[in-house]
Design a protein around this ligand. Structure first.
Ligand code: TXA
Ligand code: MG
Length: 318
């Protein structure tokens, strides 16, 4: 097809590939959240990601791959369950941390001797990766410390109008990928996410939490103006706060998948609406519920030394 015949989506994809080849950044949808991508083999391009996000440069990035055949070019799979997990769960919301191959830039790994790898399932991400033909390093496309974007509009709100965004609509999963570390003697869980931990444990056996430093595992990963109250009885908590004259909303999902999909967009919307307190119901601590609760607890953590807001603490006194 000539450019004149091609669709707007095809032209946007061509432009995105050109930008990546040029060392520039492209925001793109994945099934979990939107990512801010750069050519993973181009150290200068990768540095631009940290500048755009305001993120410390020693935090490692996930390399997104077109398919599992690219795995061995980036990480050491021998002696690990990487190929079995990739066969079973890719494309999908799973990141594998492996010992890295020589030639993976330090800018990507934050100087670690390991690298995080994932094949995303979103059709736009897949089309981009196939057209580009190599790894794309991408963190979530938010400014450092904020919640991840699940709509193209969120990316522009976070990073400004100049960032090139491929619009793939709302993200279907809504929370980031599950990260499993296969670089040590036994597999560990670095982050619960879009792939239920139980599915991994069915193959790997019990997955203890890993000790690797990771920014997504710091408390306080969201800085809303709206206070977030975690409650097991949201209606009662909300009634109590409304009685004090506060503007209150409740966040709960009809099921875990729905809860996860709406979580970050709802946190953003509460700030826009000027809500004083969002009362969120914790999910059951299994499946996607583990990722939902993990993100809720981080978002409820105040950026002071106070205890997180949970039932019993009164946000009007904060
Ligand atoms: O779903 C996702 O994973 C999204 C989409 C865009 O793919 N990406 C994402 O990236 O959440 P980011 O940078 O926001 O979070 C990646 C997490 C960080 O906590 C980082 O520390 C960890 O992955 N990570 C990456 N490489 C690592 C490594 N070699 N060792 C340990 N942790 C690593
Ligand atoms: Mg992130």
């Amino acid at each position: 097809m000539t450019p004149a015949e091609s669709s707007p989506a095809a032209r946007a994809l061509d432009e995105a590939v050109r930008l990546l080849q040029n060392g520039d950044l492209v925001a793109f949808p994945t099934e979990t959240v939107y990512g801010l991508g750069a050519a993973a083999r181009d150290p200068l391009a990768v540095r631009r990601i940290f500048a755009a996000k305001g993120r410390p440069a020693d935090h490692p990035l996930i390399v997104h791959l077109p398919d599992a055949t690219a795995l061995d070019a980036w990480g050491v799979t021998e002696g690990t369950a990487a190929v079995a997990l990739a066969d079973r769960f890719w494309p999908g919301p799973l990141t594998l941390v492996l010992r890295r191959r020589p030639g993976v830039p330090d800018e990507v790994t934050g100087g670690l001797d390991t690298v995080g790898l994932r094949v995303p399932a979103h059709p736009v991400a897949q089309a981009l990766l196939r057209a580009f033909g190599d790894g794309i390093a991408a963190p979530s496309a938010n400014r450092f410390g904020r919640v991840s974007p699940t709509l193209a509009r969120h990316v522009r709100e976070e990073l400004g109008p100049d960032v090139f965004v491929l619009d793939g609509g709302p993200c279907a999963v809504g929370v980031e990928s599950t990260i499993v570390d296969l670089s040590g003697p036994t597999p560990t869980l670095l982050r619960p996410g879009g792939l239920p931990v139980e599915a991994l444990e069915a193959i790997l056996g019990p997955l203890p939490p890993g000790g690797t430093r990771a920014p997504g595992t710091l408390p306080g990963h969201y800085s809303p103006r709206t206070s977030l109250l975690l409650s097991s009885d949201a209606d009662a908590a909300a009634a109590r706060l409304v009685g004090k004259g506060l503007r209150v909303e409740i966040l709960r999902g009809t099921d875990e998948a729905d809860h996860a999909r709406r979580l970050y967009a709802e946190l953003r919307r509460m700030d826009e609406l000027g809500v004083d307190v969002l009362v969120a119901e914790l999910a059951e601590e299994r499946g996607l519920g583990r990722a939902i609760n993990d993100r809720l607890r981080r978002a409820a953590w105040p950026h002071t030394d106070e205890a997180p807001l949970v039932d019993g603490h009164d946000p009007s006194e904060r």
